[in-house]
Ligand binder design. Structure first.
Ligand SMILES: [Zn+2]
Ligand SMILES: [Zn+2]
Length: 169
């Protein structure tokens, strides 16, 4: 995984509902090494991590630097990345951020903390957004920083709703 992927793990976990095990498996589907081994214990362990990611990202969208710093550093302290070079598959050697026999939640939490840390250093507080429709957090890569929706799907839904309310009665 590269740094962009770690940031993606942080955002996916922050935006996940985590109501039951299938929702966790769905959240982790791009990493079968995690998704295929996830259990209810991982779900329970990752819920507070997702909550901490959300509160830190909410502070980032508010431009509250102090809360962001304490949030991300607490995550790193509780879920420190432990880099390992792994040859557990037929794939080339690659980096994991936890021991191979650690439960998926251990590595997912460390990957998310690391991804958030990298993302905050790269994008500071200026480019984080929260969808005006679904509430998901996203990185606003638009040049003028005015993105309001996480996806065109949400933008379209919001526009349809606005259109309907204007033309009601
Ligand atoms: Zn691997
Ligand atoms: Zn959205």
């Amino acid at each position: 995984m590269d740094n962009a992927d770690y940031l993606d793990v942080a955002l996916r976990l922050a935006n996940a509902e985590l109501t039951d095990l299938p929702t966790l498996v769905e959240t982790l589907r791009e990493e079968p090494w995690w998704a295929d081994r996830a259990t209810d214990a991982d779900l329970a362990a990752l819920r507070p991590v997702a909550e901490a990611l959300r509160s830190t990202l909410a502070a980032a969208t508010d431009g509250d630097g102090e809360t962001v710093l304490s949030g991300v550093n607490t995550l790193l302290e509780k879920h420190p990345p432990r880099p390992r070079v792994s040859g557990h598959t037929a794939n080339p050697w690659h980096i994991h951020v936890a021991d191979a026999d650690a439960p998926p939640a251990t590595e997912v939490a460390a990957a998310a903390a690391w991804g958030l840390a990298q993302g905050l250093v790269e994008y500071r507080l200026t480019q984080w957004g929260r969808c005006a429709d679904c509430g998901n957090f996203f990185l606003d890569r638009s040049t003028n920083g005015t993105k309001r929706y996480c996806t065109t799907k949400c933008a379209n839904r919001a526009h349809v709703a606005a259109f309907r309310s204007r033309h009601r009665g």
